[in-house]
Write a protein that binds this ligand. Structure first.
Ligand SMILES: [Ca+2]
Ligand SMILES: [Ca+2]
Length: 236
């Protein structure tokens, strides 16, 4: 009876925790591997989709597919080349990209690449960081969008045992970034000038593009956001 009571209160606690932290409980089964990419990218621009990894112990190798809409995004450079997929870093140690290529081979139009990462030596590496950077060019028009998915993922440790992982994709809209105030696909002084012309004005959040951070006032915080992205895009 007492055991049943303990069991029931245990179940209750688990349910309460699950209700309060639904995402962390669902994702708690493995190391999180997630694509981090900008929410918006302008037509013609190049951006990085970073394949991040949470705290991992004894990591030695990884294999995963990155999927995208080939009508909207393309991997930069030649298949398997140095430009398209670049090295990662875990806990300050470089994670070399051993190879990458299209799936099926030599078919850029399929919208799928496979990436292999492999640590040199036999001790593995621990910490958090990223497995690789995928360099993507926007080939789709304004208003289009693409998922950036992860599939067929496998992580191995230095004993050649599988590391349990949860894989999370992302997506990108082909649109002007919030800090591109004048919508010309270049983040520069022209965006700052527009903010200056509306400095101190207030209104509903995002009522004008000059309210970059959508807090209902045009002030130095909006200038800071532009500054953090200065020079991004296709600038003359
Ligand atoms: Ca601009
Ligand atoms: Ca603001």
């Amino acid at each position: 009876m007492r055991k049943a009571k303990y069991f029931l209160s245990g179940v209750l606690i688990v349910c309460l925790v699950a209700a309060i932290f639904p995402i962390s409980v669902v994702g708690a089964s493995g190391v999180p591997v997630a694509v981090v990419a900008p929410a918006q990218a302008c037509p013609g621009t190049v951006f990085v989709a970073r394949v991040t990894i949470g705290n991992v112990a004894g990591f030695d190798a990884a294999q995963f597919d990155v999927t995208f809409d080939p009508g909207v995004l393309a991997v930069v450079g030649a298949e398997g080349g140095a430009e398209g997929v670049t090295n990662g870093n875990i806990g300050g140690t470089v994670v070399p990209v051993a190879m990458w290529g299209y799936i099926p081979p030599h078919t850029p139009g399929a919208g799928r690449i496979r990436v292999l990462c492999n640590m040199p030596g036999i001790t593995g590496v621990s910490g958090s960081g990223y497995l690789a950077d995928i360099h993507l060019q926007v080939v789709g028009p304004l208003g289009s969008s693409s998922p950036i998915g992860l599939s067929n993922g496998l992580l191995g440790d230095f004993n050649a045992l599988k590391i349990e992982a949860d894989w999370f994709g992302s997506s990108v809209e082909i649109d002007y970034a919030p800090w591109d105030v004048n919508e010309d696909c270049c983040i520069n002084v022209l965006d700052v000038i527009l903010i200056g012309q509306h400095f101190g004005e207030t209104g509903p959040p995002c009522w004008i593009r000059e309210d970059v951070n959508c807090d209902g006032v045009v002030n130095v915080l909006d200038v800071i956001l532009v500054g953090q992205h200065f020079g991004e895009g296709i600038c003359p």
